[in-house]
Design a protein around this ligand. Structure first.
Ligand SMILES: [Zn+2]
Length: 435
């Protein structure tokens, strides 16, 4: 395809938005090619170009091809391929039409989310902030379907600054979106498009035998990274601990050979209550199915465990999941035992601090000044990196700080040790444990 024909199918305004540039009322944006404080990149709808008017900038005038090539640091053929994909995504006769101009009927049409999500996927790849966030949460964006909503459109304004995930109906169409805010200062983190429907990652097939329910989309997305899990289990995300919907139940009821329903919720009060509540309810509906409950280590969740561990921890925890019928009793016994062990430990270790390794996935170390807990234990394979999730709790204020620490990174360890005054002994204890 020649460049002119390609350009005629594209609108530089749409592409600019997709790149994450925000145009003001006078069609100016902050120039990404120099340190711009006042918008100096002027766009022209008529000429389909943009020009940076700053004397400190060598960007000058660009057409849509130049803009993308420069912005994404691509060679010309790659740039054209990228633009070609955008051109193909715009149905004929709709070029240059922005979301705001669509008729209300079109905007409420659920199947429209497909195109929106395709655009969000490109924005995700184009945004280093979004990619960095996903990487920090160990979400493999090359494998998963993740979007980023950088647009300022009336329709998705409330999803702005969110990475997005598609929720699908039984046919596999995207019928709504889940957004997780990646801005630190956002109080609310979870957003959905209006009239949420559909399931993540998709409807279980009729042949599903074992399925894991998690309490959040991110947790399910995390488990999708692991082949050992996806080869043996289907996955389905609830929308929070209170988000087991009729649609979830109906979808599960359509499976024909369901033998195991595994609840894998957070290791906190909310997660434990949800285990009881949903366990009971699901058992009443699926009497032929074994309901199992994963004992998630206290204070962690699936995503946090994945940040410091390999897939081994998940297969291990899932293999040890207990049938719902017995779990309540066992839980009580366990906590009694745990308490008496702790009491004994406390008596016997007055002033001689000792690492409590009685719980493989929650190593504890008490001193007079702080309580240290290594959440999820220590991954034993792949010892080329030794990343742990460390919680440091002030015994008086109960204030908790969380640290991700690579024990092989001496400087980082030293910094944290100094910061939190972790006794040297603590480190040598971890070394001993590994032997
Ligand atoms: Zn500039």
């Amino acid at each position: 395809m020649d460049i002119q024909a390609l350009k005629s199918k594209l609108d530089i305004f749409d592409i600019a938005k997709e790149l994450g540039l925000q145009l003001d009322k006078t069609d100016k944006a902050l120039c990404p090619f120099h340190n711009d404080k006042n918008p100096s990149l002027q766009f022209s709808k008529e000429k389909q170009i943009c020009t940076c008017f700053s004397s400190n900038c060598n960007a000058r005038t660009m057409d849509v091809v130049e803009l993308v090539k420069k912005y994404k640091s691509l060679e010309l053929p790659e740039t054209l391929n990228w633009l070609q994909e955008r051109a193909n995504a715009v149905p004929d006769g709709r070029q240059g039409v922005t979301k705001e101009n669509l008729s209300p009927q079109q905007t409420t049409d659920k199947t429209n989310y497909q195109n929106d999500f395709e655009q969000m996927k490109s924005s995700f790849v184009a945004s280093s902030t979004a990619r960095k966030y996903a990487e920090s949460r160990v979400l493999d964006w090359k494998k998963l379907q993740i979007g980023y909503n950088a647009f300022k459109s009336s329709r998705f304004d409330y999803l702005r600054g969110c990475i997005t995930f598609p929720l699908k109906n039984e046919k596999g169409d995207i019928v709504s979106l889940y957004g997780r805010s990646i801005r630190d200062n956002d109080k609310a983190k979870h957003y959905y498009t209006k009239n949420r429907s559909g399931l993540y990652p998709d409807y279980p097939s009729r042949a599903t035998k074992k399925i894991i329910l998690t309490e959040s989309v991110i947790d399910t997305a995390t488990l999708l990274n692991f082949k050992e899990i996806t080869e043996n289990y289907d996955l389905l995300s609830l929308y929070g601990t209170n988000g087991l919907t009729t649609e979830h139940i109906q979808a599960l009821q359509k499976t024909e050979e369901l033998s195991e329903l595994i609840l894998f919720f957070d290791g906190d009060q909310g997660g434990k209550e949800a285990n009881q509540k949903h366990g009971k309810y699901l058992k009443s509906l699926f009497s032929e199915t074994t309901i199992k409950i994963v004992q998630t280590p206290d204070g962690t969740d699936i995503n946090e465990l994945a940040q410091s561990h390999q897939s081994e921890i998940f297969t291990d925890l899932i293999n040890k999941a207990e049938s719902f019928f017995f779990s309540k009793e066992t839980e009580e016994n366990e906590s009694k035992q745990e308490q008496s062990i702790e009491n004994k430990k406390l008596e016997s270790t007055q002033n001689t601090y000792k690492l409590d390794a009685s719980h493989k996935y929650n190593l504890k170390y008490n001193t007079d000044t702080a309580r240290y807990e290594i959440k999820g234990g220590i991954a034993k394979n792949g010892l080329d990196r030794l990343v742990i999730s460390l919680h440091i709790i002030n015994p008086e204020t109960r204030k908790k700080s969380r640290v991700r620490l690579d024990l092989y990174e001496d400087k980082q360890v030293e910094r944290v040790c100094t910061l939190h005054a972790i006794p040297q002994q603590y480190r040598s204890n971890i070394g001993q444990l590994l032997k």
